[in-house]
Design a protein. Structure first.
Length: 155
């Protein structure tokens, strides 16, 4: 099982991300089997450095939250988690916001923002084929749409 948490934060930055990406979400994390969340953030949370980290459930109070679950076999889930765990401590992709306007490549494996990290993991484990998308347009809203197309269960 692969679970992703899509959220909208309470701040102005979250609202701007959702608005500029034509969606209702500003962030996405993978929900690990123990309930902890693995994702890329630009801010320091609970003493954890910015970038790709594992954070506790409920590390922030969200304006809205949706969890999407994909039923996959154990090998696919293991490949998804292996890729994500190998990314821990990589820096946040601070050029990402400008990249939405300038066309940067979202598949840069040296640094990540939230939705590009999760999308890359879904490609690597074979859930998604290699996606043909504009190189700078993998937003939380776009990823939620892709998950819906793969018949994710929404809770």
């Amino acid at each position: 099982m692969i679970r992703l948490q899509f959220v909208l934060g309470r701040g102005i930055c979250s609202a701007a991300i959702a608005w500029f990406s034509a969606g209702t979400f500003s962030h996405v994390d993978a929900v690990l089997p123990d309930g902890y969340l693995l994702g890329a953030r630009s801010d320091r949370i609970g003493g954890k450095a910015p970038g790709v980290q594992i954070r506790p459930p409920g590390y922030e109070k969200w304006k809205s939250r949706v969890v999407m679950t994909l039923a996959v076999d154990r090998d696919t889930e293991a490949a998804f988690l292996r890729f994500l765990n190998a990314q821990i401590d990589k820096p946040y992709d601070s050029t990402a916001i400008w990249g939405f306007a300038t066309g940067r490549d979202w598949r840069n494996p040296d640094e990540w923002f939230c939705s590009e990290l999760q999308t890359a993991a879904l490609e690597i484990c074979g859930v998604f084929p290699t996606l043909y998308t504009p190189q700078n347009k993998v937003t939380p809203a776009a990823l939620a749409m892709l998950m819906s197309d793969h018949k994710a269960v929404i809770s």
